[in-house]
Design a protein around this ligand. Structure first.
Ligand code: AVJ
Length: 378
């Protein structure tokens, strides 16, 4: 059921280095501070294994009706670089809005959780935003343990090295894994509080039931009083949302279409990119921005590596991403369904984006277990 496991890519990652994944389970390399990178679980995050699920998922997705591709596959080296560029676009307000919030309130956020604390981050590349939290934490504790969880070993290595160079008092313990796997290998540190960072509206890529499952998995590794800092983009005017995902310079279009180029590069696809268009639309009923790739004409495309040919009608679409938008009520519901209490919300001055502090309440009631976690799709 790979389609129910949408995972957001890195949010404003550093440009990935081309360091190969470790083939063993544990890799240590030392920088100024202490950096440890390990891979969790059994799935192949390694160099040779990486394209196997990609091939399988592309095959399944392009054979389905309607056609679809998973957003996690946007983030090869070119896609990650294009995403960095998106974060600089005037239309893409999300990154700046969240950074404004963390710039103004990092101190308050850390104080609300209480120190000393350990930091865990889902995704490793929030760059400047993570640094704001780290700096605030180091004002009230001498050292800090930071465990980023990211599927990309190269992104993990690059950001881990940079961070431990900048902050000698931070021990970076990177985990190369999918979020759910990685969370299982988080080691709790006695009485120290843990704050999990899930920034950048990465939650937006999750279908509602997967958002619930993921937050429950976060809750499972936390103690009473620990916290989750959740960045969620807010529902707003359609024109603003659609412009954010369809910018005037065509960077988001390039980002979306790069997934076809990636199929060409990695799977011997023969997509003529010019024969496809980018489309972004806000689906009001479902509260999400959808990105699609539209076939400009009827055509058949060979993908040699998959031994298949794919037919497209003129105007036929591939659904490549959903970015869910939240409001206060939905966030409170999500917290309540997953064993958390939504205790604080900070907005940017324009009211575009929200940073939400969710406090873990244990135990998760059996009532909650009976009502969530079921797949709602057919
Ligand atoms: C990285 C999932 C937060 O949905 O806003 C940006 C990805 N897609 N422009 C988002 C994205 C198109 C982004 N997230």
């Amino acid at each position: 059921m790979p389609w129910t496991h949408n995972r957001a890519g890195p949010f404003c990652p550093h440009v990935s280095s081309v360091v190969d994944a470790p083939s063993s389970n544990v890799m240590s390399f030392s920088m100024a501070g202490a950096v440890r990178a390990r891979s969790a679980g059994t799935s192949s995050a390694g160099a040779q294994g990486a394209s196997v699920p990609f091939a399988e998922d592309v095959k399944a997705g392009l054979s389905a009706s309607p056609k679809r591709l998973l957003p996690k596959y946007f983030y090869d080296d070119l896609g990650s670089t294009l995403f960095d560029a998106i974060c600089l676009l005037p239309e893409y307000y999300l990154t700046r809005a969240e950074d404004e919030i963390l710039d103004r309130h990092a101190r308050e956020i850390v104080d609300a959780v209480g120190s000393p604390l350990d930091l865990v981050e889902l995704g490793s590349g929030s760059a400047i935003k993570t640094r704001r939290i780290i700096s605030a934490a180091l004002e009230s504790q001498p050292t800090l343990r930071y465990s980023p969880i990211d599927i990309s070993p190269s992104a993990l290595n690059a950001s881990s090295e940079a961070l431990s160079r900048e902050y000698p008092n931070v021990t970076v313990d990177g985990i190369a894994a999918e979020y759910l796997e990685g969370l299982k290998s988080i080691s709790r540190n006695g009485s120290v509080r843990t704050m999990v960072l899930f920034l950048g509206s990465n939650i937006g890529n999750f279908e509602p039931h997967d958002a619930v499952n993921t937050l429950r998995a976060v809750h499972d590794v936390l103690n009473d009083g620990d916290a989750l800092l959740l960045g969620a983009d807010l529902k707003k005017d359609r024109a603003v949302l659609e412009a954010a995902y369809d910018d005037a310079e065509g960077v988001t279009a390039a980002f979306n279409l790069n997934i076809l180029a990636r199929i060409n590069r990695e799977l011997g696809g023969e997509f003529d990119i010019k024969k496809f268009a980018h489309r972004a639309l806000y689906n009001d009923a479902l509260g999400r921005v959808e990105m699609h790739i539209v076939s400009r004409e009827a055509q058949t495309v060979r993908i040699a590596g998959l031994g298949m040919e794919i037919h497209f009608d003129r105007g036929e679409t591939i659904h490549t991403e959903s970015s869910y938008k939240y409001d206060r009520a939905r966030l409170a519901d999500l917290a309540g369904l997953t064993g958390f209490e939504l205790t604080n919300t900070w907005n940017d001055t324009r009211g575009m984006f929200s940073s939400n502090l969710l406090r873990a309440i244990k135990p998760l009631s059996t009532d909650v277990y009976h009502h969530v976690g079921r797949k709602r799709d057919p």
